[in-house]
Design a protein around this ligand. Structure first.
Ligand code: ATP
Ligand code: MG
Length: 282
């Protein structure tokens, strides 16, 4: 019943395709509604039920990925501040075995990191066989914050789109499934979330005055994100622009895309050890 109510929970998921950026297309974020919840019509209670189903399915698929031990999954999360990267990590992955999932957070580069090329710190953190790795921020910061603040000359960052495509193509050709999510919130929603952080003593620790400075560069970030989405959505590493003003919808979209992608791998449990049929356990 739920599956009929939310086309996105069906496999394949045509409803989720609307959020996938077609490689080579030009993206204008103004054309993407951060309040969109149109793929789901079942109401809050049904949404909760569906989220539970998605979480369980992801748990099973992650175990299968681990058991099979020969494929790798890289999930890239990017967003404006307060966009919900942490929320996705907490909610979408709440059911999975922590042993098989790693979160790699990319902060301001350290001195040793700055003394190398920008991919130097990224490559060692990509997933190995049987693993899911979630990038909380990523190498895309090197064409986002770096571009917005002119941290390197344009002649340097401008080459990085092609370099990133080549890097990701290499990972994909060697067996990594790559899924990239831009969690799309509006500027007004960011204001509301920042206000909520300031007002709530249990959330004040999350408030970072630097986020206000970044907020003043909102339009420059939009331009930088549009360049990323237009130039780096590839068949082997698609971007999804996820409507993220409604947290429950954001989580459902990301979870459903992940489930579909993992289903699509056609994974199999490894064959049992020979002679298992005649094993007797005393
Ligand atoms: P949260 O605020 O929810 O804890 P976060 O991802 O915003 O999560 P912060 O420590 O607040 O974490 O911010 C990390 C900062 O590091 C961001 O401002 C980001 O732009 C910056 N950063 C990441 N990569 C780079 C980079 N390559 N060059 C410069 N700054 C970077
Ligand atoms: Mg932050």
């Amino acid at each position: 019943m739920l599956r009929a109510e939310f086309a996105g929970a069906c496999l394949p998921c045509p409803a989720m395709e609307r959020y996938r950026i077609t490689p080579g297309s030009t993206v204008h974020l103004a054309d993407h509604d951060p309040d969109d919840t149109s793929a789901f019509t079942g109401g809050k209670a049904a949404a909760k039920e569906l989220a539970k189903e998605t979480t369980q399915r992801l748990e099973e698929l992650q175990e299968l990925l681990f058991a099979e031990g020969r494929r790798r999954v890289l999930v890239v999360l990017q967003a404006m501040d307060t966009g919900g990267k942490d929320g996705v990590i907490r909610h979408v992955f709440e059911g999975v075995n922590p042993a098989g999932v790693t979160v790699a957070s990319f902060k301001k580069p350290t001195a040793p990191e700055l003394a190398h090329d920008y991919l130097w710190r990224v490559h060692p953190r990509v997933p190995g066989n049987g693993e899911i790795t979630i990038f909380n921020r990523s190498h895309y910061e090197d064409v986002l914050v770096v571009r917005v603040h002119s941290l390197v000359p344009e002649a340097v960052w401008a080459k990085r789109y092609d370099q990133i495509n080549a890097f990701e193509e290499t990972l994909a050709a060697e067996g990594t499934t790559i899924l990239k999510f831009y969690l799309h919130i509006s500027k007004a929603e960011q204001a509301a979330r920042l206000r909520a952080r300031v007002a709530d003593p249990t959330k004040q620790w999350k408030f970072n005055p630097a986020d206000l400075a970044e907020r003043s560069h909102w339009d420059a970030y939009v331009t930088a994100y549009e360049a990323v989405l237009s130039q780096t959505s590839a068949p082997w590493a698609p971007w999804y622009v996820v409507p993220a003003n409604a947290k429950w919808y954001r989580d459902l979209v990301v979870g459903t895309v992940l489930v579909e992608a993992l289903e699509g791998l056609g994974m199999q449990y490894p064959p049992p050890p020979p002679g298992i049929d005649s094993v007797v356990i005393e």
